[in-house]
Design a protein around this ligand. Structure first.
Ligand SMILES: [Mg+2]
Length: 104
């Protein structure tokens, strides 16, 4: 993960783009790229895996940049949230069902 973060940091430094990456702009970029990912599935469930992977990479890249900007470790916040979600969706109630936690 550190190598990846350094690669992204270097990419932005070379282009002097860090000045554009406020948390607000990164949040907007995550939403925009998520929309592009969704567009890959517009109208039918057929999709081009290469195109999906490109949009997924865009989403990941902006998410990683957001964590860098906030000074948090992506792995740490994901595991923390997963633990919280694990408590909201105990296996004995949630296994095999897609019901929202407040209706389990
Ligand atoms: Mg894109």
């Amino acid at each position: 993960m550190e190598d990846l973060m350094e690669e992204i940091r270097q990419f932005n430094k070379e282009r002097d783009w860090d000045k554009f990456h406020s948390p607000e702009n990164l949040a907007k970029s995550i939403a925009i790229e998520s929309g592009e990912l969704l567009e890959c599935f517009q109208w039918n469930s057929n999709y081009n895996k290469d195109e999906v992977c490109e949009e997924l990479a865009d989403v990941f890249t902006y998410c990683i940049q957001m964590s860098m900007k906030l000074g948090v470790d992506p792995k740490e916040i994901i595991l923390k949230k997963l633990d919280k979600t694990r408590k909201k969706y105990p296996v004995e109630k949630a296994k095999g069902v897609s019901t929202k936690y407040n209706k389990l």
